[in-house]
Design a protein around this ligand. Structure first.
Ligand code: NAD
Length: 419
């Protein structure tokens, strides 16, 4: 009896069941922890440039209200449905709890290909979506952020629409805004830099210097490009990269600076090179030290997992690895060090939290302060996960999730049934 279905929700459900078994959570407590508290579905009508009317379906799922407001990104993509949004909200809950943030998880989205809209149509849709959400969000109830297909500009439109309704500027309603509109230094780079920081911590444990190691990155949007930038600064050699338009591979190393410039100018990787084109389906299984999926869910299934040739798998995307792949990776534990998504990409929500705190206080920090606080939080979470792995003898993902689920559970149990 649930409205939540689909392969991504099924993944979140299966992962939770594994943890619930491990933590010996009684059966009657499980549904309360897993199923979202609220889901909102809205129709967003807009006028297109040709004068016609189009209606887009929008969603917002608030997973739990136990630790504070809910927090989570907004995705504009054709894949968006209630099951995908719910899974992403659930993962946000475990991620926020693991990082020690006072939030429940949320996620939202609109089923649309944002690249098929003109800038004006995108603005109309962004504003309309926020308008529809006004009764259900607020700085102390649910705070939005960017995700796939949305960016700082979309966040500025969200914030402006909410503010016009309130009759005053309410910067703290969304995070990931432009710095000029109440955003924080470092938010744009936070997820990618956070992922790179954790890769650095893992390389330290493996007694490997970053300079001279090789990396393959799937996805070259906000997260992928900033991960690449940081790794390149350390002398890591990028040998493969892809986005939805192109895939390049060169074992001698790609020109990261030229790639970043190209993507900044054109928005995509297509057109960068003819000679270096490669089969995107084969990219992830090429030999490299660091593999970073930074695009979409479920790209590593059991058969891909069996063929991976990386030393470190840094899950910058949400949900890139399926539960059956997890079983394979568990068997390959000594070969491949997995940095699970709820840890690897937590940098984004950590700096979003800093942005919210700064907006509430109207007291802003410089970039160095933001970054040093970010690395402190990520390091603490990383060490907690490592200790749990050793103590319980479980995989990195299960350790990270166990910490997150446990924190939410204990807050629920001390508060009672209401939130
Ligand atoms: P984005 O829209 O900026 O970029 C997405 C990238 O993925 C683009 O380069 C796109 O071309 C590429 N892509 C899409 N489908 C692909 C495919 N089938 N194969 C290869 N590449 C493909 O999005 P983003 O913000 O960088 O988000 C990427 C991932 O990171 C998502 O899973 C998102 O949920 C997760 N994430 C993002 C943040 C954040 O702060 N933006 C925080 C945490 C997690």
């Amino acid at each position: 009896m649930t409205i939540y279905s689909g392969p991504v929700f099924e993944m979140a459900r299966q992962q939770f069941q594994v943890i619930a078994d491990h933590l010996e959570i009684p059966r009657d407590e499980r549904d309360r922890l897993l199923y979202p508290k609220r889901a909102v579905v809205v129709s967003c009508p807009i006028h297109l440039d040709d004068g016609k009317l189009a209606v887009f379906q929008g969603y917002r799922v608030q997973h739990h209200l136990t630790l504070g407001p809910t927090k989570g990104g907004t995705r504009f993509a054709l894949s968006v449905d209630i099951g995908e949004v719910a899974a992403l909200a659930i993962w946000m809950s475990w991620k926020c709890a693991l990082a020690g943030l006072p939030y429940g998880g949320a996620k939202g989205g609109v089923t649309v290909d944002p690249r098929a809209l003109s800038p004006r149509e995108l603005e109309n849709l962004s504003r309309r979506y926020m308008q529809e959400m006004i009764p259900f969000v607020g700085p102390h109830t649910d705070v939005m952020a960017p995700d796939m297909g949305t960016n700082e500009q979309v966040m500025a439109w969200f914030m402006d629409t909410y503010s016009m309704y309130q009759g005053r500027t309410v910067t703290e309603i969304v995070t990931g805004k432009p710095v000029a509109s109440g955003g924080t230094e470092g938010r744009r780079e936070a997820t990618g830099r956070g992922a790179a920081f954790l890769i650095g911590r893992v390389l330290e444990r493996l007694k490997t210097q970053p300079a001279g190691t090789t990396a393959i990155v799937q996805g070259f949007g906000n997260v992928g490009s900033h991960t690449v930038e940081t790794l390149a600064n350390w002398g890591v050699k990028l040998i493969g990269v892809s986005d939805h338009t192109a895939c390049y591979f060169d074992p001698r190393g790609l020109d990261t600076e030229a790639l970043l410039k190209h993507a900044q100018k054109h928005g995509v990787l297509a057109g960068f090179s003819n000679q270096l084109s490669f089969d995107a389906r084969e990219l992830l299984v090429q030999k490299c030290d660091i593999l970073v999926p930074a695009a979409v869910e479920r790209v590593i299934d059991a058969s891909v997992a069996a063929r991976l040739q990386c030393r470190v798998l840094a899950e910058a995307a949400n949900g890139p690895t399926t539960p059956d792949a997890d079983e394979v990776l568990d068997r390959r534990r000594d070969e491949i060090f997995v940095i699970p998504d709820i840890l690897c990409n937590a940098g984004g929500v950590v700096v979003s939290y800093f942005e919210w705190v700064q907006d509430l206080q109207q007291f802003f920090w410089d970039e160095a302060e933001v970054m040093s606080k970010l690395y402190h939080v990520l390091d603490r979470a990383f060490m907690q996960v490592m200790r749990r792995v050793e103590h319980d003898g479980i995989s990195h993902r299960n350790a990270a999730m166990a910490i997150g689920v446990e924190k939410v559970r204990s807050a629920k149990n001390t508060r009672g049934l209401f939130p």
